[in-house]
Design a protein around this ligand. Structure first.
Ligand code: PLP
Length: 443
């Protein structure tokens, strides 16, 4: 392939402080992505790679969707920006109406944010204010889960459960606590579908209710499938049991569907896929196919109506962002919904599920592969760490796959996959052929 435009490559790399990156290592040996089409990325050396992560679990409809580009361009030329603080533009209302048609009842009201992190912090604040507003102000504790990732705001970090993300930032929100994670390689390695063992781990919430008093707990937030923590699946019936415990104690259940929303599991969202409905749901990423930043919080009728029934006149929730419901994001979101509807992308992952699972599980028995966890169009291939060199095997395997034309993201020694939903069966086979070949080479 012809070399791409090198003018796109910056010469001085020092001004930009890169997020979640070992800056010194990257800048010593940088890799620049300069173009994207369909399921492919192109780097500044003209190398084509399959985007095995759909960006960061977000370009679900594939790259460069003309319809979205067009919609954003048209919106720019009509109304570039209008805020929503005691003012309104039709796009946010129309878009919200369309969104709630797709998401499960009774999640019929949407608060817009600009990212997953903001959506999570918004959800936690809504939970606290909801309880206070109906006279249960003692419910102030927010419960997350070990190994969870809920973004980088102080709220999301407080309920998040990844030590590397938390440890530099002090005590975080007072009163937050965590239930146990559900990763159990010993009992559940190489599960086909949801893992058999671990439903009882939901009862860990009872432990916290016993410790803190259930009437002091506002909400529990979980990712139905944990992503950034290394793809951790909910054991069979676990989410149902968690729902029951929350309902019994009047604790709000929040699903963080920033990754699992928008077709990743073969349904609109994990709540639909698993038949368990939370009180609040956060989404982002795939909502605009990652073209314009956006996040959203869905809340139940009961929660919304409680806020609207307050006797105090004026603002019902003192919260919001300058760019909440940004017209460009709404335009991108609506065009994304059009594509999802037209191409059946909400359910496409369920048609590919068996092919995906069969291919991923071909890695069982390959050198150093200690687990494969997969569901919908998500998979994690966990490699045994090298003695005294954690994360090296994952990084090396990832780099070699990249050279072979498949970009697989490694989170430490876990190779994580979440390709665009428009991927074909042949392309899926190629991804796993490449990983298999590579783990054999690096054995
Ligand atoms: N919640 C979950 C489950 C996520 O995976 C992420 C990002 O990966 C976030 C929240 C944060 O989203 P953002 O990076 O858009 O703030």
């Amino acid at each position: 392939m012809a070399k791409l435009d090198h003018n796109l490559v910056a010469e001085d790399l020092d001004s930009y402080w890169m997020p979640f990156t070992p800056n010194r290592m990257f800048k010593a040996k940088p890799r620049f992505i300069v173009k994207a089409r369909g399921i492919h990325y192109y780097d500044s050396n003209g190398h084509e790679v399959i985007d095995g992560s759909a960006g960061l679990w977000c370009v679900n409809a594939g790259h460069y969707r003309e319809e979205i580009n067009q919609a954003v361009a048209e919106q720019l030329s009509t109304l570039d920006f209008a805020h929503s603080f005691n003012s309104g533009h039709p796009y946010a209302f129309n878009y919200a109406n369309r969104l709630v048609e797709h998401f499960p009842d009774p999640l019929n009201h949407v608060f817009f944010t600009n990212s997953g992190s903001e959506a999570v912090d918004t959800a936690l604040k809504i939970a606290l204010a909801f309880h206070k507003g109906r006279g249960q102000g003692s419910r102030q504790r927010l419960i997350g889960r070990e190994k969870a990732y809920h973004g980088m705001g102080f709220g999301g970090l407080s309920v998040g459960g990844l030590v590397k993300n938390r440890s530099a930032f002090g005590v975080l929100l007072a009163g937050s606590d965590h239930i146990r994670h559900t990763l159990d390689i010993e009992r559940n390695a190489f599960s086909r579908g949801l893992p058999e063992y671990g439903e009882e781990l939901a009862d860990d919430l009872e432990r916290l209710a016993g410790l803190h008093g259930a009437d002091n707990i506002a909400a529990v937030i979980v990712e139905p499938i944990a992503g950034a923590g290394g793809v951790i699946l909910p054991p069979k019936n676990y989410l149902k049991r968690l729902r029951e415990i929350c309902t019994r104690h009047g604790i709000l259940l929040i699903f963080d569907e920033v990754i699992t929303g928008f077709g990743r599991l073969g349904a609109t969202c994990a709540a639909e896929r698993f038949g368990v409905t939370p009180d609040i749901m956060t989404v982002a990423k795939g909502i605009t196919n990652a073209t314009i930043p956006m996040g959203a919080v869905f809340v139940s009728d009961e929660i919304y109506e409680t806020f609207m029934a307050t006797e105090e006149p004026g603002v019902e929730l003192n919260h919001g962002y300058t760019y909440s419901g940004h017209p460009l994001a709404c335009a991108a979101g609506m065009a994304t919904l059009d594509i999802f509807d037209k191409e059946g992308l909400f359910t496409r992952a369920s048609t590919l599920h068996d092919h995906w699972t069969d291919n991923a599980l071909r890695l069982e028995g390959a050198p150093n592969v200690i687990d494969v966890r997969c569901f919908g169009l998500i998979a994690a291939v966990e490699l045994a760490s090298r003695e005294g060199e954690p994360m090296q095997r994952g990084a090396e395997t990832g780099n070699r796959c990249y050279e072979k034309g498949v970009w697989v993201r490694n989170i430490g020694d876990i190779l994580v996959l979440s390709p665009p939903l428009v991927i074909t069966e042949q392309e899926i086979t190629r991804i796993f052929d490449t990983i298999l070949e590579t783990v054999e080479e690096t054995a």
